[in-house]
Design a binder for this molecule. Structure first.
Ligand SMILES: C[S@@+](CC[C@H](N)C(=O)[O-])C[C@H]1O[C@@H](n2cnc3c(N)ncnc32)[C@H](O)[C@@H]1O
Length: 297
């Protein structure tokens, strides 16, 4: 949180966009940093999360615009609400503590609610449809690619044997049946859940659209700060920022340049920024956080 705010480098009166409102913690800090009259536009694809955060942000109502939309549409939302060009955009990816602990949509292993995993009902299919209708090869591919799960084939086989799977609890049991816990603190189903959630919500595609959209609405010198918790997402952010910081993106053997690409940002984090030991001790869920930031040219 402290590092994210430092990289956003906001001043009193600034506008700012929080693409991932969640529990509203970062949004509150942004409102405080831009006090007394800075304005915040915050998005969340999850309407229930947005309504919860609305309560928390009550004291700042006249300075806040909340929009229930996917950050893939960030540029359009920002322009529609007159926030462009904007001095700061924050993306804090993944799920909020509330979403992870709330047993209702199949995000947590012990969840006996239907296995859904969609952030929004506008996503075309649920996790239950994926685990109950996809072929073993398709499931194995998703678990391997998005969850980086070394046991993807065995888990896919176990899912097919266990079908129909109705709840997150049943899915977790199917995985634990073939990949025993063996004293590990983290459930062997963690990677499977992550992979399905990313597939159901098109996370990587939405992230790409959000990064491009954010660059397009930043004012000169404006900052984009992204916090990722998954190596694939962090790799995408790193590649995007490095590419946008280059004047030419032709392959090295292409001389002279034919792409005509011009640098749009300066990367501010030469090395990825990790949370301090103190922050991890306070909130262990941030242990895998990776922060990267850039400034618009
Ligand atoms: C890690 S939480 C953000 C926590 C927040 N920064 C805070 O301080 O409380 C991520 C939030 O982003 C939302 N989210 C995830 N993917 C999204 C997307 N594609 N579009 C919009 N919101 C998304 C989730 O619903 C969740 O509420």
């Amino acid at each position: 949180m402290k590092e994210a705010l430092a990289f956003l480098d906001l001043h009193p009166g600034d506008r700012c966009v929080d693409g991932t409102l969640g529990d509203g913690g970062h949004s509150m800090a942004i409102l405080e940093a831009t006090s007394p009259n800075g304005r915040l536009l915050a998005l969340d694809a999850d309407g229930a999360a947005l309504e919860r955060a609305r309560q928390r942000l009550q004291p700042f109502t006249d300075r806040v615009v909340l929009v229930n939309d996917n950050f893939a549409n960030l540029a359009t939302v920002v322009r529609t609400h007159g926030f462009a060009p904007v001095p700061g955009v924050l993306l804090d990816l993944g799920l909020s503590s509330w979403q992870l602990s709330e047993a209702r949509r199949g995000f947590s292993f012990s969840d006996e609610a239907p296995l859904d995993m969609r952030l929004s009902a506008s996503q075309p299919f649920t996790a239950a449809e994926v685990v109950n209708t996809y072929s073993q090869e398709e499931l194995s591919h998703i678990l391997f690619t998005y969850g980086e799960e070394p046991q993807a084939r065995r888990i896919a086989q176990a899912i097919l044997r266990r079908r129909p799977i109705a709840t997150a609890l049943e899915l977790a049991q199917a995985v634990e049946g073939v990949v025993p816990r063996r004293g590990r603190r983290i459930s062997p189903a963690t990677r499977t859940f992550l992979a399905l959630r990313m597939w159901v919500n098109s996370d990587l595609e939405n992230l790409q659209a959000a990064l491009q959209g954010a660059i397009g609405v930043l004012k000169r010198g404006g900052r984009l700060v992204v916090i990722a918790y998954h190596s694939l997402e962090d790799a995408k952010v790193k590649r995007f920022m490095r590419q946008e910081a280059r004047d030419c993106i032709c392959p090295p053997e292409q001389v002279p340049c034919v792409c005509g690409h011009k640098a749009t940002v300066k990367v501010l984090t030469r090395k990825v920024v990790m949370p301090s030991a103190e922050e991890v001790a306070r909130n262990p869920r941030v242990r895998s956080a990776r922060l990267r930031a850039c400034a618009a040219l």
